[in-house]
Design a protein around this ligand. Sequence first.
Ligand code: FE
Length: 288
Amino acid sequence: MSIRRPELIFPSEPTLEGAGVHLRRGVGHDRGLIERFDPFLLLDDIHSKNPENYRAGFPWHPHRGIETVTYVLRGEVDHGDSLGNRGAIGSGDVQWMTAGSGIVHQEMPQRWDGDMRGLQLWVNLPASHKMMSPRYRDVAAATIPECRMAEGVTVKVIAGRVNGCEGPVTDIVRSPTYLDVTVSAGGTFTHPTVASHTVFAYVLEGAATFVPGDPRSVSADHVVLYGNGDSVAVAPGADGVRFLLFSGEPLREPVAWRGPIVMNTEAELERAFVEYRDGTFIKEGRHP
Ligand code: FE
């Protein structure tokens, strides 16, 4: 067994997105890191007590070539799309969407009395699946298993498997692991990871060291990109830690990325934007 060590540790970056949403971008702001995070493209973190920071939301916009996983920790996000889906993602709920050949949707965080927080992960689709049929699913909070592991270690399994617990999000093409891990002071989270996978963490609350004996304590709103190895071990500081852990097999394909559309070549990108202008972007469903 070789334990993974943090290779990069950096804070998420304040970013203005959508129609004026103030969020923090954990992954995706530095194009030089696309290969290092492959197959993951982006991780955005909306976190605010002030609704003015997020209420403008993300009005109608297209996606193609990716899958998105939206996880609302606290709050409510209204959603509608070109497949005819309409609904709200509430506290603890997850929504995943395969944009595939094309979806046009809107995501509108609603006024929330308190500390709203929601995260969105983008997972790249392989070239063979970029133009697959779009699909969408809501995953209710109650269906996400909460696994008690070692003393003081609790894991909500959104995708993947921990001990006997399997997450409900099973149809993301790249089959990533997505865990929401809480460790209280004195506990240690250990988890096997496939050696060939990209593994990274994002700290939500508290602080921890991400390899035993590491002098670096990593605090909230920081990304930890792991180097090679076949397991991870995380030990929290005095106030415990809550973090997200992601693991996935890299695609190792060229990435052509503009805004909400991620393809393999510039020509494919160009075609997508021309189609969007022409009204031929949506292959299944109806442009809203
Ligand atoms: Fe979107």
